[in-house]
Design a protein. Structure first.
Length: 260
């Protein structure tokens, strides 16, 4: 009933005017009519502030949907860089039909939380390719953020995906995020997976990931994309921002179903 009140009031105001005074010569409401409409609308909003709350939520949903649509278009435009970059670590079949791409930072609290979820999903979905985009967004705050990202990419180039996976999982398993991780922690883990850290040089191997991260409109980590390898459309791209295990698991299931 409340939803109909304002239109009814405005309708009553307008129909109460005779035909010669409803609009001026330009087809607009008169100044007096505009003032009356504004007064009624203002008073209605004052009496029913929930209207503004609902309008704000609707606008927010529309903005989020628009951002998702833009991001999906960007995913399609940058599909090769997302799926076929030879410098990016991955776990799983090279020719998988379904892919999970994660942009992450080892010092990000929510990346740390989602890491174990991703590990479990890897075990449950051996036919899915998991691609890891080292994106140390906290590099300017914590040196270990940048150091760990470079080390991860270097280990992948030296030893391949299996060794990278051991390093990646071991770093998150320390539980040291938000500035707690140290270079010594990283070196110890790298040594434990069989690389000679004395040969390692920090060389900003993640800069392309930053550029791609920006193109996709992402603003924080973790940011995950679930998508097929072929016949990519907006409908079969799923973007999960932040820690949302249920959405990630469902996205994998949905994309797998769409490729059968």
């Amino acid at each position: 009933m409340k939803k109909l009140l304002l239109p009814i009031m405005l309708g009553a105001l307008l129909t109460g005017c005779n035909e010669t005074t409803t609009v001026n010569n330009n087809g607009d409401f008169t100044a007096q009519q505009k003032a009356q409409i504004e007064q009624i609308a203002s008073q209605y909003i004052i009496n029913h502030p929930e209207v503004l709350v609902k309008a704000s939520k609707t606008l927010q949903q529309q903005q989020m949907q628009a951002q998702q649509n833009d991001a999906k278009q960007a995913v399609i435009a940058n599909a090769d860089q997302l799926l076929k970059d030879k410098t990016t670590p991955f776990i799983g079949p090279k020719d998988a039909k379904v892919n999970v791409i994660e942009f992450f930072d080892y010092q990000c609290m929510y990346c740390s939380k989602i890491a174990d979820v991703v590990k479990q999903l890897e075990a449950k979905n051996p036919d899915v390719k998991f691609i890891f985009k080292e994106t140390p967004i906290f590099a300017s705050r914590w040196e270990a953020s940048k150091y760990a990202a470079d080390m991860g990419n270097w280990i992948y180039q030296q030893k391949g995906g299996a060794t990278y996976a051991k390093y990646h999982n071991a770093v998150f398993a320390t539980g040291k995020d938000e500035g707690k991780l140290t270079k010594q922690d990283i070196n110890t883990i790298a040594t434990s997976v069989g690389v000679d850290v004395s040969k390692f040089n920090v060389n900003n191997t993640f800069m392309n990931n930053f550029e791609l991260f920006s193109k996709l409109g992402f603003q924080g980590t973790p940011a995950l994309i679930v998508m097929p390898s072929n016949n990519i459309t907006e409908d079969n791209i799923h973007i999960i921002n932040g820690y949302n295990p249920d959405a990630l698991a469902k996205a994998i299931s949905d994309v797998k179903a769409s490729t059968k």
